[in-house]
Every structure is written in C-alpha cells, then in structure tokens.
Design a protein around this ligand. Structure first.
Ligand code: AMP
Length: 166
C-alpha cells in the first residue's frame, strides 16, 4: 500500500448516494510537500509552459506544482466565475450538464492539466476541448488519484500521470 493511502478518507454516499468520495484533506494536511513532488517530478517540464488547474482542488495542487517548477498557472473555473473574454465547454453529468470556462488565451502554449481525482474523465475531456480551442497544446495529465475502473484514459494514448491508482 502506498504511504499516502492511510491519509485518504473514503466517504460513502457523498455528495450523493452510491459515490465513494475520496477525501484528500487529511493527506494535504500531513504530507502536502511530498504530494506535490510526487505529482510534479515525473512530468516532462521542458515541454510544458503552464499548469492548467481545475477548480477547485486542482487549484491547490496545480498552483503548488507550478511554483515548484517555475511555471505559470491558468485556472479553469465553473461557469460565471471568470470575467470576459472567456470560452466555455459544456459536458454531460449523470443528470444534466455542467460548464467550465477559461479566459481566452492570447498566445500558444504547452500545458499539463492538473486535478485531484480522475473518475469518468468527463471533466478532463471538457478541459482538453477548452485547451484545443484556446491555443493550448496538452502535453500531459497529472492526477493525484486515478479511478481507472471508471475511465479509459490509459487506453486512449494520453500521457496520464497519477500517484494512486484504483
Ligand atoms: P469526472 O469528470 O467524472 O472524471 O470527475 C472528476 C471531478 O469530480 C474531479 O474534479 C474530482 O474532484 C471529482 N470527483 C469525481 N469522483 C470523485 C470521488 N470519488 N472522490 C472525490 N472526488 C471526485
């Protein structure tokens, strides 16, 4: 068992019935520095200009990774939080849809996408579409936790880096 796993709480039926929520707050509290190094060190930083962090746990992890490696940070936020000009991407949830937004980017760049948990992959796919429309070339995806049984990312040729895999 990975030493980080003892600091992750599995919370059944949160935020709704049937979901086992991976609560990483105890891990962030006890081992933050090691988490950031474990997520950041395997990435190809000479091919990366910016870290794209996904609201909101992706901000905590991605901003620290960007600082560690001396890169800039680009936030992806839920609809209505960023001022114009923004581009938006909607994606399907179990019930209904959700929308993510990013400020329109002025110049091309190469990025790594950062979030805490990869579950179905709907969120990351939406962010990949946003980047494609916004002159940002996605070089890698970095997650703390990959729930591999819920997604096919590893079979689709994307360079996915994850510290814990279930
Ligand atoms: P998905 O779009 O299904 O890959 O879901 C990814 C987003 O939902 C991430 O931003 C995660 O923070 C959150 N998420 C999904 N499933 C879980 C889970 N079991 N535990 C914690 N967060 C989750």
């Amino acid at each position: 068992m990975h030493p980080f796993e003892t600091h992750i709480r599995n919370v059944p039926d949160f935020p709704k019935a049937g979901i086992i929520f991976k609560d990483i707050t105890p891990l962030l509290q006890e081992r933050f520095n090691e988490v950031i190094e474990a997520m950041a060190n395997p990435l190809p930083w000479n091919e990366i200009d910016y870290v794209v962090g996904i609201e909101s746990r992706g901000f905590i992890l991605g901003a620290a990774m960007a600082t560690l490696k001396g890169k800039g940070f680009i936030p992806v936020r839920k609809k209505g939080k960023l001022p114009p000009p923004v581009i938006a991407e909607s994606y399907a949830l179990e019930y209904g849809t959700d929308t993510l937004e990013m400020i329109i980017n002025e110049k091309p760049g190469r990025v790594v996408l950062v979030d805490d948990v990869l579950a179905t992959g709907g969120t990351l796919k939406a962010v990949m579409n946003l980047c494609q429309k916004n002159q940002l070339d996605v070089k890698a995806l970095s997650l703390l936790i990959n729930l591999t049984f819920l997604n096919k990312f590893k079979d689709e040729g994307h360079p996915v880096h994850s510290v814990l895999n279930y």
